[in-house]
Design a protein around this ligand. Structure first.
Ligand SMILES: NC(=O)c1ccc[n+]([C@@H]2O[C@H](COP(=O)([O-])OP(=O)(O)OC[C@H]3O[C@@H](n4cnc5c(N)ncnc54)[C@H](O)[C@@H]3O)[C@@H](O)[C@H]2O)c1
Length: 277
């Protein structure tokens, strides 16, 4: 299914750790659709990950390390990318999330505040830093598109999601506010895509993930959206077909966000009630 939707477009993809990563799938699909890309991730992730394999599959895309919390790294990434492309860019995918509290299984009500601040810096402020550095260096063309990935725990409580819920709420706010400023200044659009639970390194770090994945799948009229489908949706947002979409949080979740309860879940509960006598 390649339609050259992104022919001639150039962009940066953050966050491809391994072949399960949403960013990995998006990188492959963007190149299939005619885009040229630069890949980036935190230096530690580059050492552990398999990004060079991905780069080879993406017409030998350059891999430029950047810790997304470090402004100097981000400026270096943007400058090197513009040198590589010979000019400004058309899109950026922010596919970054990490919570030390989640990773260390520290309960929300017993949070470690240094960790909490790291969660917010890595998972939310990093979007502001990417946008601010891009604006300062004038790295994005008019009508270019920045997409960041988020989760519905920003709006509703999912207890295992821990402090990532606040990070996502903050990040969605940043997309809205920066989208306003970047829109007026340069016609750059900024949106978040709120994706279904997806089996990746970040996703499966959340406690009770497997049960929750199945629950969301049963709740959603279309089922859970896969990482590949998320990649496809991101590509439409990078394309010229969505030029007037900005400052939005867009649910890509098979209908989960607007479903109160599904018949499948009711039947499961009835079965459980019968089994318990
Ligand atoms: N998997 C899910 O269920 C799910 C659902 C909705 C939204 N999301 C979001 O999708 C995005 C991508 O996650 P994924 O599921 O593909 O998992 P993933 O673990 O493959 O990707 C997360 C990426 O963040 C990168 N990262 C962490 N700290 C960084 C830093 N300081 N600087 C730069 N990069 C850093 C990691 O190296 C990794 O590549 C995240 O924002 C995540 O919250 C995931």
């Amino acid at each position: 299914m390649a339609n050259q939707l992104l022919k001639g477009k150039k962009g940066i993809i953050f966050g491809a750790l391994d072949e399960r990563s949403i960013a990995w799938k998006t990188a492959l699909r963007a190149v299939e659709e005619g885009a040229e890309i630069v890949l980036t991730n935190a230096p530690i992730a580059l050492r552990m990950g398999k990004i060079n394999e991905l780069a080879a599959l993406c017409n030998n895309a350059p891999v430029i390390p950047a810790d997304a919390t470090n402004v100097a790294d981000l400026e270096n990434l943007l400058q090197k990318s513009m040198e590589h492309f010979g000019g400004k860019m058309d899109f950026i995918l922010h596919s970054i999330g990490m919570s030390p509290n989640v990773r260390k299984a520290i309960p929300y009500t017993d949070t470690n505040y240094d960790n909490f601040l790291k969660t917010l810096d890595i998972s939310a402020l990093s979007l502001h830093k990417v946008l601010q550095a891009s604006m300062k260096l004038d790295a994005l063309k008019e009508w270019s598109s920045v997409v960041a990935l988020t989760y519905i725990a920003a709006q509703r409580t999912f207890p295992g999601y821990n402090d990532m819920a606040e990070a996502k709420a903050l990040m969605e706010g940043i997309a809205r506010s920066f989208g306003y400023h970047y829109g007026f200044a340069k016609k750059v659009r900024v949106n978040t895509v709120s994706q279904s639970p997806t089996i990746t390194t970040a996703g499966s770090g959340v406690s009770g993930f497997d049960a929750f994945f199945t629950y969301a799948d049963k709740m959603s009229p279309l089922g859970n959206a896969t990482a590949e489908q998320c990649a496809d949706y991101c590509l439409t947002l990078f394309s010229d077909y969505t030029k007037m979409v900005t400052m939005q949080n867009l649910f890509h979740d098979g209908g989960f966000s607007n479903t109160g309860v599904s018949q499948g879940i009711i039947e499961e509960m009835e079965k459980a009630a019968k089994a318990n006598g």
